[in-house]
Design a protein around this ligand. Structure first.
Ligand code: PLP
Length: 417
C-alpha cells in the first residue's frame, strides 16, 4: 500500500460517547460560544458577547513590549517557567492589589490563563460530584459551565438592583446542607458591575456577606474582572479586604489589556496556594512565559493605568448611548439596570415575551443579537423575561441602530406580533 493511499484512508467511526467519563457526558457548550458563531455575520449587530472594543486594544504597547522582551530577555521569555508565575509580575500585581484594598504579597498571587482558568482550578480543588455552590441568580455563565463539569449543584440567591441579596445566603446554605449532608463549597460573588446583571454590591451588603461567611465558616470566591472599569462613583472595598483569610479573589487583564493574552490571577492565602499550584501543574504546567513578560513590561513602564483611563471613557460613552437609546426606542413596559461600570446591562421585558424564543424568531431576523436571560440561571429557573446587553463592543452609532431595531420588534410583539 502506498503512503499516499494510506493518508487518504477514511478513519472508522467509533461511538465515543460510550467511552466518556460520566461527568463529561453532561458537559454542554456555552450558549454564548454558540451565539458568537451566529454573530460572526458582519451584518448582525451583536450585544451578545462580552467582547472589549478592539479599536482600543493596546496594539502599539504590546508590539513594543514584544520586541523589548525578545531582544533583551528572549532566552528566558521563551523557556518553561514556574507554575506560580513570573515573579516581577506577581510583585506588580501584589502592589496594585494593595492599592485596590487587598492585602497580598507576591506569594499570594498565582498567574492563570485568564479568570476562566481560575474558576476551573477552584472547581478542581473544591468540588466533588454533588457538592453545592451558592451563587446569585443570574450569575456568570462561564462559572456555571466550569463547575458543572465537576458535577456541582447550585443553590441560588436572588440578584436585585443592588446585586446579590445576601440575606438569602443562610437559607440557601441550609438547603444545600440538608440535601447533600455536607456544607456547600463556597459562595460565588460578582461584586462590581455584575456579569450579566450590571449591578454593584454596596458596602453594607459586602460587610453583611463577610459576617455571614464568617458565621457559616464558608469560603468566598470573589470574581472581579470589571472592578477597574468604574465610570462614576467611588471605589468600594472588595470582600477580600474584609475577610482575606477566607476569600479567593480572581482578577484578569482580559478587560483592561486584551482577552487574547489569556492572562489572569488568583489572590489566595499561602496555605491554599499550594493546592491551587498543584491543580494548575496537572492542567498546563504554567501560564505562557512570554505573555507574562510582555504584560509585565507594559505594567512596569506605567502604560496600564493611562490605558485603563482611556477605555473607561470609551465604555462610559457607549453605556450612556445605550441607556439613552433604550429610553428613546424601547416600550415603556421594559426596564433595565444602569451600571456604574463594566460591560453589560440587564434588561427586562414583559413576562409574556420569552427572550430565548424572541431572539431566534424575531431579533436575529432583525439582525440583532443578545444573550437570553435563562442562560445565566444555574437551575434554569428564571430569566425568561430578561436579556443581557453588552455595550462595550459596538460603536455608539451601531448601538443606537441595534437598540432601535430591538425596540421596534419588542413594540410589535407587545402589540400582538
Ligand atoms: C465574571 C467573569 N468571570 C470570568 C471571566 C473570564 O475572563 P477571562 O478568562 O477572559 O479572564 C469573565 C469573562 O467575561 C467574566 O465576565
Amino acid at each position: 500500500m502506498s503512503e499516499d493511499h494510506d493518508l487518504k484512508r477514511e478513519i472508522p467511526v467509533l461511538d465515543w460517547d460510550s467511552h466518556l467519563a460520566e461527568r463529561t457526558k453532561s458537559m454542554q457548550s456555552s450558549a454564548i460560544r454558540e451565539l458568537l458563531k451566529i454573530t460572526q455575520d458582519p451584518e448582525v449587530i451583536s450585544f451578545a458577547g462580552g467582547l472589549p472594543a478592539p479599536e482600543v486594544f493596546p496594539i502599539q504597547e504590546v508590539d513594543e513590549a514584544c520586541s523589548y522582551v525578545l531582544q533583551n530577555m528572549g532566552k528566558k521569555a521563551l523557556q518553561y517557567s514556574a507554575t506560580e508565575g513570573y515573579y516581577p509580575l506577581k510583585e506588580f500585581l501584589a502592589s496594585s492589589m494593595h492599592k485596590y484594598g487587598i492585602p497580598a504579597l507576591p506569594e499570594n498571587v498565582l498567574l492563570t490563563n485568564g479568570s476562566q482558568q481560575a474558576l476551573d482550578l477552584v472547581g478542581r480543588i473544591f468540588i466533588d460530584p454533588g457538592t453545592f455552590v451558592l451563587s446569585g441568580r443570574p450569575t456568570y455563565l462561564g462559572a456555571i459551565q466550569a463547575w458543572g463539569a465537576y458535577q456541582a449543584k447550585f443553590h441560588t440567591m436572588r440578584v436585585d438592583e443592588q446585586g446579590m441579596v445576601v440575606d438569602e445566603i443562610e437559607h440557601a446554605y441550609e438547603k444545600a446542607f440538608n440535601e447533600s449532608g455536607k456544607p456547600p463549597a463556597f459562595i460565588y460573588v460578582l461584586p462590581n458591575f455584575h456579569n450579566p446583571a450590571g449591578t454593584t454590591l454596596p458596602l453594607e451588603r459586602r460587610i453583611k456577606l463577610a459576617e455571614i461567611a464568617t458565621k457559616l465558616d464558608i469560603a468566598v470566591i470573589e470574581d472581579d474582572p470589571y472592578g477597574q472599569l468604574r465610570f462614576e462613583g467611588d471605589h468600594i472595598p472588595p470582600i477580600c479586604h474584609l475577610i482575606p483569610e477566607r476569600t479567593i479573589y480572581l482578577g484578569t487583564f482580559s478587560k483592561t489589556m486584551a482577552p487574547g493574552l489569556r492572562l489572569g490571577w488568583i489572590v489566595a492565602s499561602e496555605a491554599l496556594m499550594k493546592k491551587l499550584i498543584q491543580a494548575k501543574q496537572g492542567c498546563d504546567l504554567h501560564t505562557g512565559t512570554f505573555v507574562q513578560y510582555v504584560a509585565n513590561d507594559i505594567c512596569e513602564r506605567g502604560l496600564l493605568k493611562p490605558h485603563i483611563d482611556k477605555i473607561r471613557k470609551v465604555y462610559k460613552k457607549r453605556r450612556d448611548t445605550m441607556l439613552d437609546s433604550l429610553a428613546e426606542f424601547w416600550p415603556e413596559e421594559c426596564s433595565w439596570t444602569k451600571p456604574e461600570g463594566g460591560l453589560f446591562l440587564w434588561a427586562r421585558v414583559p413576562e409574556t415575551i420569552d427572550t430565548d424564543k424572541f431572539l431566534r424568531e424575531k431579533a436575529l431576523k432583525e439582525k440583532v443579537a443578545y444573550v437570553p436571560g435563562i442562560n445565566f440561571y444555574p437551575n434554569a429557573d428564571g430569566g425568561h423575561d430578561a436579556m443581557r446587553l453588552n455595550f462595550s463592543y459596538a460603536p455608539p452609532e451601531v448601538i443606537v441602530e441595534g437598540i432601535k431595531r430591538l425596540g421596534l420588534a419588542l413594540k410589535k410583539e407587545i402589540a400582538g406580533g
